[in-house]
Design a protein. Structure first.
Length: 146
């Protein structure tokens, strides 16, 4: 497996997600160390969102497949996988990016009930873009105040 291509895809997904947040009027702050729980932080109207981005190019059985389990490597190159429920407490939003379709979808962490994979069908992809997030944001009271 070519990890450099996976890392490049992840960076592309993160940059594309940040671009969408900026276009929606958010201030965006990216971490530099790679050790934080979220890929970036987005701020708007005194609300702070910790954002994780998952990118895919995998299309299988009529759906786009996202691996949402997190893998961390230690100094001895051993890796540990974390289910989504094990790290979602450190996030507010999960962004799913379908690279071949250039489709960015924003979900509140509590909308995700699976632990290791999310599958998005084409129909859901077309109706789920940012509009739903904006509606959700307008009624959500569980976001941190600045």
């Amino acid at each position: 497996m070519d990890y450099s291509n996976i890392q490049k895809s992840a960076v592309i997904g993160e940059l594309r997600a940040m671009q969408v947040f900026v276009a929606l009027g958010f201030e965006v702050y990216q971490q530099l160390t790679g050790k934080e729980a979220a890929d970036f932080v987005a701020v708007k109207d005194k609300k702070i969102y910790r954002v994780e981005v998952k990118t895919t190019s995998v299309y299988r059985n009529d759906s786009w497949v996202f691996n949402i389990a997190r893998t961390r490597h230690n100094a001895s190159k051993k890796s540990k996988k974390y289910k989504f429920s094990e790290y979602k407490k450190d996030l507010d939003l999960l962004v799913l990016y379908i690279k071949p379709k250039d489709c960015v979808m924003i979900y509140h962490k509590d909308e995700i009930s699976t632990q290791t994979q999310v599958r998005i069908h084409n129909k859901e992809m077309e109706v789920r873009k940012y509009d739903e997030f904006l509606k959700y944001e307008a009624i959500n009271t569980n976001i941190k105040e600045k």
